[in-house]
Ligand binder design. Structure first.
Ligand SMILES: *Cc1c(COP(=O)(O)O)cnc(C)c1O
Length: 392
């Protein structure tokens, strides 16, 4: 393991050069812009809660940035995904095709909609859903009845497909949408990690019928907690707003609701934070691209596999990742770096290994298992002082 020790010394040296001495977290937010000013505006206006101009402004900013025609803010990314799935037509006892290599929220949202995840493999380079594996699974299992796709193995309808853009790296989303179109399956993109990431010049979260984003405290920008539903479909956007705001029929004083809606509104205070964060997102993306380049360079010197942005894409480099040679090396790496105060962490335990999803159908997941055993995340925050003082 002396190679391991040498590698860790070089890598931790670079991490210390970027982030300084002391404990280095995996990812922390930076508030170097108008956050305080906009929060005070909310308080002074008395609009701190579920109604307010900052929510509308935040939605407009995210829509403009991503190129989505409509953006509807929600209380968190999981809620956004839950409602997006319902809007795509997912209901009780349906099935949703997704990846086992993801954060738990993807699968939980599918269950909140009453449906069951089925897992297909990922690509080794993108870490996202593999269009080949998807096609193989659908060709093997789908039977079309009354123009709708059913899973022959379970008898359930395949109501949606949820690809996820892992750590900000875009998956092969255009190909995935093309495969799903052939089978009549709507795509809902879990773009929680990929604000600022594009594939072929188009923003992630805008390829599917709906896409969702997250503004949790560990994401590239944060509203404390928050999420967004993206869509180009005006009717879906209107339904998204309605469902996430208790399905209240607009009226100056009457309280009438026309279906079981959700209180998934993003408070105005959180949206205020989001407006300020959006103003600095382009600079943050530049800083993060610089950090990614430094990791790529030092890991190339060490001889370890940095996981670069897939060809033809621009990644937001939310979390940088390295692929170690074996599970044993991964363990040694995690133990030693964390002992030195540098937070690193393994990729998620595969969803089908968790008790809630252990019985879900899957295709063998060879690449997901290979990655699960080897991939580790590196500290990836925007460092203190990296953003220029904000003149705005
Ligand atoms: C962060 C995240 C979400 C949403 O998380 P919230 O904490 O509810 O905002 C969903 N999917 C993935 C893959 C995520 O990383």
């Amino acid at each position: 393991m002396s190679d391991m020790a040498t590698g860790i010394r070089a890598l931790v040296g670079e991490i210390r050069a970027i982030y300084g001495d002391g404990p280095v977290p995996l990812h922390r937010p930076v508030f170097d812009g108008h956050e305080r000013r906009y929060l005070i505006e909310c308080i002074d206006s008395n609009f701190v809660s579920s109604v307010g101009a900052k929510v509308t402004e935040f939605e407009a900013r995210v829509a403009a940035f991503t190129g989505a025609r409509h953006a509807v803010a929600t209380v968190n990314g999981t809620a956004a995904l839950h409602v997006a799935l319902e809007l795509a037509g997912v209901g009780p006892d349906d099935e949703v095709v997704t990846q086992a290599l993801t954060f738990i929220a993807t699968c939980n949202a599918i269950r909140y909609a009453g449906a069951w995840p089925v897992f297909v493999d990922v690509d080794r380079d993108t870490l996202g859903l593999s269009p080949q594996a998807l096609r193989a699974f659908l060709e093997r299992h789908v039977e079309v009845r009354d123009g709708r796709p059913y899973n022959r193995a379970s008898g359930r309808r395949l109501a949606a497909c949820v690809p996820m853009h892992t750590f900000g790296h875009p998956c092969r989303i255009a190909e995935i949408v093309a495969v799903c179109d052939e089978f009549g399956i709507p795509v809902v993109e879990d773009a929680a990690e990929s604000l600022g990431s594009t594939a072929g010049g188009r923003h992630t979260g805008t390829f599917g019928r709906l896409g969702t984003s997250s503004f949790n405290g560990n994401k590239i920008i944060t509203t404390g907690g928050g999420g967004m539903i993206l869509t180009d479909d005006e009717a879906l956007a209107r339904r998204a707003k309605h469902l996430t705001t208790t399905a209240k029929i607009p009226h100056p004083y009457e309280f009438v609701h026309d279906e079981v809606g959700y209180n998934y509104r993003l408070p105005n205070l959180n949206a205020a934070l989001g407006c300020a964060q959006m103003e600095r997102l382009p600079e943050m993306l530049e800083v993060k691209a610089g950090i990614a380049a430094r990791y790529a360079a030092v890991l190339a010197e060490i001889g370890w596999d940095y996981i670069p942005a897939p060809a033809g894409t621009v990644s937001n480099h939310w979390l940088n990742a390295v692929r170690l040679a074996s599970p044993a090396e991964r363990e040694a790496f995690l133990r030693e770096t964390n002992a030195q105060g540098v937070m690193t962490r393994p990729i998620w335990r595969l969803m089908n290994r968790l008790p809630m999803y252990a019985d879900c159908q899957h295709d063998g997941l060879a690449n997901a298992i290979w990655l699960e055993e080897r991939v580790v995340n590196l500290p990836s925050s925007v460092p203190d002082g990296a953003l220029a003082p904000w003149a705005g």
